[in-house]
Ligand binder design. Structure first.
Ligand code: ADP
Length: 250
């Protein structure tokens, strides 16, 4: 995944200004930095939930959005882009489960309607994934009957049901009571150990970031100010701004 001269503005506010970086296949990259520095915006751009103001994001050479010659944006998604975004999963801070569906219905919705899997096949895979996240007995419950941590593990299973090559994790434990955070992070640690899914992670859980990341990017005001392996970033950062940030959060 390549970010090339990425610019994102909301009205007059420039959130990302000429951002360039690359994430290799299978890499786990954590974005850290102060609130408002543009981390979530990056994930939302990859998920095509936001439009680029300028520049490109490529996945395997396919640009996620296109700029027409002269800079005018093509409004409709390119067919390749639709194909591409199926391979990208996202888990949100607020779970975003469908409240009127059971857990298993939440999980099979996209595999059935987007990938065209049969209900039986999607259900069987969904049950496996529920076992994997420790919720094998919750398939027929509604999300409102589950704790926040359980709902978030369902959201992870739902993302995995699409067999994503890229998983975007946006502060997935920030809305949880502290005692529920551990189970969610353990599911993600297992996933990092047992799969080669590329992960782009925004988190305030620095120990988790240290455990699972191959690389940590420190953002400030929409710029990457430091790009390092986690042991270096967390124990011996170069930039004064990084030191200050880590002193405040560690
Ligand atoms: P972070 O994840 O680092 O906390 P965000 O990417 O969420 O930062 O936000 C970066 C900046 O963009 C913030 O100033 C935020 O208020 C602004 N922003 C994000 N989304 C929108 C939006 N839809 N409309 C206007 N401003 C937005």
């Amino acid at each position: 995944m390549t970010f090339e001269n990425v610019v994102k503005k909301f009205g007059d506010l420039t959130v990302l200004n000429d951002l360039n970086f690359q994430v290799e296949r299978g890499q786990r990259v954590t974005l850290i930095g102060p609130s408002g520095s543009g981390k979530t915006t990056i994930l939302r751009l990859v998920m095509t939930l936001e439009e680029l103001t300028g520049g490109y994001i490529h996945v395997d050479g396919v640009p996620l959005t296109h700029l027409e010659r002269g800079g005018k944006r093509v409004a409709r998604r390119h067919k390749d882009v639709a194909q591409l975004t199926r391979r990208i999963g996202m888990v949100f801070q607020q779970f975003n489960l469908f409240p009127n569906m059971t857990v298993i219905e939440n999980i099979i919705e996209a595999p059935v309607h987007v990938l065209g899997k049969s209900k039986e096949e999607a259900r069987a895979r969904g049950k496996e994934l529920l076992e994997q996240v420790g919720l094998g007995d919750k398939a027929d419950q509604h999300p409102s009957r589950l704790s926040g941590g359980q709902q978030q593990r369902v959201a992870i299973a739902r993302a995995l049901a699409m067999d994503p090559e890229i998983l975007l994790l946006d502060e997935v434990t920030s809305a949880l009571d502290p005692e529920l955070v551990g189970d969610v992070l353990n599911v993600l640690r297992d996933l990092a150990e047992t799969t080669d899914i590329t992960m782009l992670i925004v988190t305030h859980e620095m120990q988790f970031a240290q455990d699972v990341s191959d690389r940590v990017l420190m953002f400030d005001s929409g710029h990457i100010i430091e790009d390092a392996q986690p042991d270096v970033m967390f124990s011996n950062p170069t930039h004064e701004r990084t030191k200050e940030f880590l002193r405040a959060v560690l």
